[in-house]
Design a protein around this ligand. Structure first.
Ligand code: TMP
Length: 216
């Protein structure tokens, strides 16, 4: 029985990690085998790349092209080392971001050529595509406040992405909206302004039809 591959997308501050943790817990209680991953990262190599992309002091001069390739180097490693074997073993894979983030951030945000971005992504993932993508949506103002709060926390390390300007995040937001419109069957929008439990319930309604009985 092939597994199930679900990705979570959206701009900063949509509460993706909280929702993934809640969903994983509920699925495990029902007896499903669940793998929680994040991008960039999820493997030892990917986590090194994540640090380089987000926090390394040298990333101030990183070009959008290098950013695109590093995101997809991390992804190629994750797909081959973890995602494909997990799906083959029948696990449910929950991934915090996947290639829609590349289209939104590097394509729309950094304004790289979208056809080029797509070909790099295709090379990195091959036929490994999400069965379902949940786009956790909060308005740009909410996302900005949550981003600022995160930056203000003195313990948080500097983050290259959180330093981008408002126009960048606006383009990312529009990028996600375009993706959802282009693939309405795979990409389902979730109103993430509701309370944590209400958002979890909405997510559960969307994933339930994809679940097979636990243990199969
Ligand atoms: P996060 O784990 O806090 O969401 O941080 C990951 C950051 O990386 C976030 O700002 C979005 C960004 N990102 C891209 O720009 N492109 C990608 O392909 C992925 C997976 C993430």
């Amino acid at each position: 029985m092939p597994g199930l591959f679900i990705t979570f997308e959206g701009t900063e501050g949509g509460g993706k990690s909280t929702q993934i943790a809640l969903l994983a817990e509920r699925l495990r209680k029902l007896g499903h085998r669940v793998r929680v991953l994040r991008e960039p990262g999820g493997t030892p190599i990917g986590e090194e790349i994540r640090h380089l992309l987000k926090h390394h002091p040298a990333n101030e001069v990183m070009t959008p092209e290098a950013e695109l390739l590093l995101m997809n180097a991390s992804r190629a490693q994750l797909v081959l080392e973890v995602i494909r074997p997990a799906l083959k073993a029948g696990e449910i894979v929950l991934c915090d971001r996947f290639y829609d983030s590349t289209t939104a951030y590097q394509g729309h945000g950094r304004q790289l050529n979208l056809a080029l971005v797509k070909s790099v992504v295709d090379f990195a993932v091959g036929r490994t595509r999400p069965d379902l993508t949940l786009l956790l949506h909060v308005p740009p103002e909410v996302s900005e406040v949550r981003r600022r709060n995160r930056q203000a926390r003195t313990t948080s390390p500097r983050d290259r992405f959180e330093e981008a300007d408002r126009a960048f995040f606006r383009r990312v937001e529009l990028g996600f909206a375009e993706i959802a419109q282009a693939e309405p069957k795979r990409v389902r929008k979730v109103d993430a302004t509701k309370g944590i439990e209400a958002v979890h319930d909405d997510i559960w309604q969307l994933i339930a039809p994809h679940l097979s009985p636990a243990g199969n």
